[in-house]
Structures are given as C-alpha cells and as structure tokens.
Design a protein around this ligand. Sequence first.
Ligand code: SF4
Length: 281
Amino acid sequence: MSRRIPALWTSHPSSPQWHDLCQRLVGCRACPRLVAWREEGRRRGKAAYWSRPVPGEGDPKARVLVLGMAPGMEGGNRTGRPFCGDASGRWVREALSRHGWAGGDGEPLSGVYLSNLARCVPPQNRLRAEELARCLPYLREELQLLGHLEVVLALGRQAFLAYLGLREDAPKTARFAHGALVYFPTRPHWLLASYHPSPHNTGPGRLTRAMWEEIWRSVAELAGGSGSTVDPAVLKLHQVVTPSPGQDGAEVLGHRAVGVKAVVADDVGAADEGGVSLNRA
Ligand code: SF4
C-alpha cells in the first residue's frame, strides 16, 4: 500500500483550522517512546507504513464521534487512517457502511467522525498516562471544531473514562459497561459505551455481531434526536447515567426517560497508573 495523506487533511484544505490542526498533529514528536515505536514498521523494511501520528477522519459536521484509544500497528499506523486496515477497523468500517454513514471503503464519511485519544501506536498496546495526557489536547481541539456532535461512541473502557474526564458537565460518577449510556445537559448530549471490536473481544464472542448491531442502531436513534426526543424504547436498552442530584441538568431526564433507571457509580477516574491497556473493554 502506498503511503497516503490522511483523508481529512486532503478533504478540507480550505478550512484553516482543520489544516493547522492536522499539520501540527502529523508533525508531532512529543513522545519519544511512541515516535520510536511508530517507526518500527518502516525500520523493518515496510516502507509503505504511514508511521506517523494518525489524524481523525470524517465529516466536520458530524453528529457522531467514534472514539478509540490509539491506532494499531497494522491499522492506522500502516494506513494513516483511523480504524482502517486491521480487524478492528473492518468491524467499524463495515458498520458505518451498513448504517449509512459511508458509501463504502474509501468513500467519504457522512455525519460521522473517527478519532482516537492518542494518535501514535504504543508498544504492547499500552499507553503511559503521561503520553495520554500529552495527546489529549488534540482531541480537545477536534471537539471544539466538531460543533454538531450529538453522540460520542466510546470503544472500550479507557476511551469512555477519558472522554468523561474531558467533560466539565459529566455525571460525578459512572461505570463502564457495554451499552452504558451517559446523558449530558450540553452537547454532545450522549456518550455510549461499547466493547472495543478488537479480536480480543470479538474472537471469544464477548462482542458479538448482534451486540455490535444493537450499538449502531442506538447510535442512529441518538444521533437523530436533539437530546430530548430520543425514543424511550432505545433508552430502555441501556444503562443510563444522568447527572447526580444537584448537578445542572439532573431533572432533565427525570421527566423524560420512561422506564430508565439512573445509575450512579463511583469508579470514574483518570487513566490507570503505570499504563493504559488498549483494546480491552
Ligand atoms: S501520541 Fe500524540 S502527543 Fe505523543 S507523539 Fe504521538 S501525536 Fe504527539
């Protein structure tokens, strides 16, 4: 595969903000350990590997953000595109096509944007906490530019927890579970959790095709609403977390979510000390 410029970079050259962000990101060498590892493919003689930070890809007017942890060595680090080129990427890209977010492989994404918490592939799929902290400002910039988002689909526990950590209006506490759904009083209104579609989860059937399809049907329903018009039947499928009593917006779900029980847990925190495991739910 020839080395290619990431799709977003070439699709929206007229937007100075996106162009500036992509240029800074692609040239970033702030994490020496990850810079060395991302170039490993090329060092092994695989000259076609992208081996640079992987920018986000998709529609600047997206209503859905699909958020992973970091590119894989044979996925984004090889192709230069998030969720592209490996088994996890196939699950994501196929779902996007089936549910109308993309016309097919290589076609522009419509209404959806793909990104990761960290943009360089880490050794043994483990990020250090300081590496994650160094890279998160790029995601913050993307979130500011993506002004039409309604739903963030977090793939894996770390993406879920890290995104919660970026939100000032997040519920005080929440627990990761496949299908867990968090409501925010401000946009994007929804955070939906899924097991990551890595072979670690899909191989043994922890994440099945049926479970994956249900997630994407819910994404479509949540993205189609305005934060207050989502079908209660969809909400019933999920474990919904609302703001804690006393937080702004707590009452919003109180009169809306028929049959949905608010869940308050106590394990939201920063990234694990000593490293962040990728592709683990
Ligand atoms: S992980 Fe992020 S901050 Fe670190 S070198 Fe890559 S792009 Fe830069």
